[in-house]
Structures are given as structure tokens and as C-alpha cells.
Design a protein around this ligand. Structure first.
Ligand SMILES: [Zn+2]
Ligand SMILES: [Zn+2]
Ligand SMILES: [Zn+2]
Length: 347
């Protein structure tokens, strides 16, 4: 029996019927995020102080190789550990519910150049990142205790990125976290009730509505980028595959190219919207890697950007949003129209 206060675990919230992940060991995490307001890209290609630049020493003591393409490693300050104890001390009430949480947290550097962002990388460079994401997902999915692989990028200090170096994180968990668990449930119920995929149907509806309403920003041969009907953040975007498939390894070579194209075009439009290095959290939702089949799952990416009116005026989800429900001012149709008007060449 181990003391709960020392190891990652998740606690059950019986009011919300949801879990919260607690990582008490993760207190020494270094902070190299910007403290100022406006999100500007880093100006130097190599920063001797950056713990993600090639050849540099990380805060945990390890040194990065002089990498030239993509570089991934286990996060020195992982929120989850593979060897958390499997049994915990008994709790005093059936309302105090917790369970051990195991996982692996990795960092994946997109590029050795400290000053780049996805929007400023070339198409072949982003394609290499797509290949690396696919490989990481495949490798982590092979571990029998991993049930979900969450790939995500926090871009910009406003979104809590602790370092401007172009990178993402990959948290692979021994459980399916609440957001993909809720989407699994919804997609499963829709498939069972209608015999059709929820997101295939949704994308078809958006394509039919496009002339009248216009929430699609652009499409290429294999992906569509749109502001969802139910968007909560002002410029929230989903990138949805046009073919029904559940996860990165199911993309063929052409679709990988198309995903790189969609990501470059979307991030460039975002940067051009307020002439800033646009902050966001972006991540993929895909099939859980538990032992079940997931015919219901439709691969997509979410972009959750915080900006509302300019490079410095952001939307806060506070007050009624915290206590009541999300609220937005500009309509998703207006947001899509403004993103459609942005050029795909970096200004
Ligand atoms: Zn760097
Ligand atoms: Zn589908
Ligand atoms: Zn999703």
C-alpha cells in the first residue's frame, strides 16, 4: 500500500461524474515560457539556455543529441509514470474515490531550429512530423497496458507552453481520459442508433450547408478544416479526415501529405488573423488503444485557441462559463468567414 500523496493517481468527482488527474511529484518543472503578453516567435535558431535545442543539457541532467530532424524523449517531469503502484491505501468513505494512474509522457521536438513553428515549417518538414506522430502512436499502442495515446501541442505562453521551441507532448495513459471517453461513448451510441458514423454524417451536413452557412474554412483532397457548429472558443477549429478512419496508422501516404498540408494552411491562417504567432492547444483525437474494436471512431484534430479580438485580447472561460456553461460572442459562422479571408501565405 502506498501513500496517495506521492504518486500520480486520478480522483473521481461524483458531482460531475468525471476524473481529475493528480501528479503530486511534478513540482520541479522548469519554466521557459514568455512572461509578457504578446506571443512572438523566438528570434534565434539556437538558444543556449533552451532545454530542447540540439546538444543542450536538460533540467533533469540528460543531454540532447545534436539531432537534425525529429527528436523524442521521455519527459523529465512526467505527469504520469509507468511504475505507479497498482494498489493504494483504502479511503475512509465511498465518496472519496481514487485509483492509481499509470502512463508515459514524451516530448517530441518538431525541428532543431528554435525559432520555427508549424506555420513556419515547410510542407516536407511537417510531413516528417506526421510520420513521427504515427510511429509514436504505433509504438505506444503496442504496450498492452496503454489504453489511449494523446498527442497535443501547447503553442504560446498564453496557452501554458513552458518553452517556445517547436515541440509537442504525447501522454499515453493506462486509461481512456474523460474527453476521448465521452467522444467514444457519443460516437458508439450514434453508430448503434443510426448505423452511420457521427463525424462522417456531420462533415457531409457541413458540406451540404456550405453555400448557406459556411463553417468550412478550406478542404483539401483528404481533410476538411471547419469551425464546428458547437464551437466554444472564438476561433475553435476541427480538422476532420474525409475518409472514415480511426487513427494515424490508418492514413495512407497521400493522406499523410494532406494532413501536413491542412496543418500548415490552418496554422498560417491563424497567424495571419491577428498578425501574431497564434497561441493554441492542438491535439488529435483517435481510437483508444485498449483491446476493443472501435469502428465508431473518426480521426480528427481540435484547435482550441484563446484569442478573441486581437493578439493580446483573449477570451476567458470564467464566471458563467465555469459555473453555468460555455458562452461565446461571435458566431461560428463569422469566425469561419474571418479565417477564410486570411491568406495561406505567411504575412
Ligand atoms: Zn530550443
Ligand atoms: Zn466516419
Ligand atoms: Zn474530439
Amino acid at each position: 500500500m502506498e501513500k496517495m500523496g506521492q504518486y500520480p493517481h486520478r480522483r473521481w468527482n461524483p458531482l460531475r461524474k468525471s476524473w481529475v488527474l493528480v501528479s503530486p511529484h511534478r513540482t520541479q518543472r522548469p519554466w521557459q515560457g514568455e512572461v509578457g503578453q504578446k506571443a512572438a516567435p523566438a528570434e534565434v535558431a539556437y538558444d543556449p539556455q533552451c532545454y530542447l535545442c540540439p546538444g543542450n543539457q536538460r533540467a533533469g541532467g540528460a543531454a540532447n543529441p545534436a539531432y537534425e530532424g525529429i527528436f523524442s524523449f521521455i519527459n523529465d517531469y512526467s505527469a504520469l509514470l509507468p511504475d505507479s503502484p497498482s494498489v493504494m491505501e483504502p479511503l475512509a468513505s465511498p465518496l472519496l474515490v481514487a485509483e492509481p494512474a499509470r502512463g508515459l509522457c514524451k516530448v517530441l521536438c518538431f525541428h532543431p531550429n528554435h525559432s520555427l513553428t508549424l506555420a513556419r515549417m515547410t510542407h516536407p518538414e511537417i510531413r516528417r512530423v506526421v510520420d513521427a506522430w504515427t510511429q509514436e502512436y504505433t509504438e505506444l499502442a503496442c504496450l498492452d497496458w496503454i489504453e489511449y495515446v494523446q498527442i497535443f501541442e501547447n503553442r504560446g505562453a498564453m496557452m501554458g507552453a513552458s518553452n517556445p521551441h517547436p515541440h509537442c507532448q504525447i501522454w499515453a495513459t493506462g486509461f481512456v481520459p474523460d474527453e476521448p471517453a465521452a467522444e467514444t461513448q457519443a460516437q458508439r451510441e450514434h453508430l448503434a442508433g443510426t448505423g452511420h458514423c457521427l463525424l462522417c454524417g456531420y462533415l457531409a451536413a457541413e458540406q451540404r450547408e456550405q453555400a448557406a452557412e459556411g463553417r468550412i474554412i478550406f478542404e483539401n483532397e483528404h481533410f476538411a478544416a471547419l469551425v464546428p457548429w458547437w464551437a466554444t472558443w472564438p476561433f475553435e477549429v476541427m480538422v476532420v479526415s474525409r475518409r472514415h478512419l480511426g487513427a494515424l496508422p490508418e492514413l495512407n501516404q497521400e493522406e499523410r501529405e494532406a494532413l501536413a498540408d491542412a496543418l500548415k494552411r490552418m496554422t498560417t491562417r491563424f497567424d495571419n488573423l491577428f498578425q501574431t504567432s497564434f497561441p493554441y492547444t492542438m491535439g488529435f483525437h483517435q481510437s483508444p488503444t485498449d483491446s476493443e474494436a472501435h469502428p465508431e471512431w473518426h480521426f480528427h484534430a481540435h484547435f482550441y485557441p484563446p484569442l478573441l479580438r486581437s493578439a493580446t485580447v483573449r477570451k476567458f472561460m470564467v464566471g458563467f462559463e465555469m459555473l453555468g456553461m460555455p458562452q461565446r460572442d461571435i458566431t461560428p459562422e463569422t469566425a469561419a468567414e474571418r479565417l477564410r479571408a486570411c491568406p495561406e501565405e505567411h504575412r
